[in-house]
Structures are given as C-alpha cells and as structure tokens.
Design a protein around this ligand. Structure first.
Ligand SMILES: [Fe+2]
Ligand SMILES: [Fe+2]
Length: 223
C-alpha cells in the first residue's frame, strides 16, 4: 500500500501542526516572516523523515540561492525557488517509512516508488499548502535532467524551468555531501563533488549553470 496508516497519521499531524503554528504566529509577525517560518518548520520535519545526516533542505536552499543570484534570478522568481528548495522533497513524507529508513540499497520497486515523490510533493503543496503557483511546479521538475532522461516528465534542456535546473544542481551537491540511510557517502571533498558536477554538465545538469557553480564553489576559493 502506497500510504500506510502510520504515514497518513503523520501527514495529518504535520499539516495540523503547520496550520496551528501559522495561526499562532499570525498576530505577532509580518506576513513574509510568518511564511518563511512556516516553510522552515515543514522543511525541518521533512529532513527528519528523509534520513539525511544533515539539514538537507536548508543546505539545498542556501546553495540554490547562491547559484540563482549569480544566474540573475530575482524578485518573485527567487522567492519561489527558495521556498521550493526548502520543500522540494516534501513528497517523500507520503512514501512508506521503510523505504526512507532502509539500510539496504533500494530495489526496483522501491526506486519506482521513490521516483513518485516530485509528483506527490506537487500535489501535496497544491492541495494542502498555500504557496505561489511556481513553487509546486519547480518541485515537480527538480529531478528532470538536461539530457531528457530525468523524471517525471522527461523534459529536456530549456523545457525545464531555470529555477528547477538550479534546484537540481543544489540538490545533487547536498546529496553528495552527506550520507543517507540507504546510501553511503561517496565523495570525500567539495573538489570531488565539483568534478562530478563538471562530468554531468550537459548530461544531468544545465552546462551553463554547472560552469557557473564551478566558479562559485567553496573549492574554487569562495565561501
Ligand atoms: Fe527529490
Ligand atoms: Fe533532496
């Protein structure tokens, strides 16, 4: 069964807590601050459930913002990307918990289920959270690849919105930096990670954005 009773209860609880949190802050904080606190609160729950050994969502958002600013994104586009980066894996909270916490490599069926998370995330945001329209769209396409071999829609090149192409690079960088319950840490240093980004330029990643990242990377002498 795609959604176990435990996961269903968890989803209701997360949504209710987020709603209560938003409601309680309403009288004391400006709207933008409340929105960003709400997004951060949900993202931290996603991080706990996903099984990374670090605050993956926040790290992805910080890297995505750095790359987006250098790529010329601004205003609402930039804000939508930041929110999408914080919430990009929210769909994983709807998957069976044993997939996220297994210590084994995922089998074919588990991989298939895992690959539904961009669509689940998009649907969850559209039906349960009030975010700008661009945010669920960016989440839907955060695992598309420049060469068209990604998922869920096999979009290719510039068919993929720029914000989703940026998010794909930021997500991969963070995933390579940290271990996850079913995947050991494969890269020892930022230099090794950047070599992989360079190798995947024009395949997995937008080549111009990959080249831009290589200039911005801490391994290139930046902070
Ligand atoms: Fe993802
Ligand atoms: Fe991720």
């Amino acid at each position: 069964m795609l959604i176990s009773v435990f996961n269903a209860v968890l989803i209701v609880l997360v949504t209710w807590l987020a709603y209560r949190y938003f409601e309680l802050r309403e009288r004391t904080s400006p709207t933008e601050e409340r929105y960003s606190q709400f997004v951060s609160g949900v993202a931290s729950i996603v991080d706990r459930i996903e099984g990374y050994d670090a605050a993956h969502s926040l790290e992805v958002a910080q890297t995505a913002e750095k790359l987006a600013l250098a790529a010329g994104l601004e205003g609402e586009q930039l804000q939508a990307l930041k929110a999408a980066a914080m919430l990009h894996d929210v769909g994983e909270t709807l998957l069976p918990r044993e997939i996220l916490r297994t210590a084994e490599r995922l089998n074919d069926e588990q991989t298939y289920l895992m690959r539904t998370h961009p669509l689940l995330g998009e649907l969850h945001l559209k039906s349960r959270m009030q975010t700008p329209d661009e945010v669920p769209a960016i989440i839907r396409w955060h695992h598309e690849r420049w060469d068209g071999l990604g998922y869920p829609d096999n979009l290719k090149g510039e068919e993929i919105p720029k914000a989703a192409r940026i998010l794909a690079i930021a997500d991969a960088i963070s995933a390579m930096r940290h271990l996850r319950s079913y995947r050991p840490k494969q890269y020892k240093s930022q230099k090794d990670i950047d070599a992989e980004i360079e190798r995947q330029a024009g395949l997995q990643f937008d080549p111009e954005l990959a080249a831009l990242w290589l200039k911005l990377s801490p391994a290139a002498g930046n902070n």
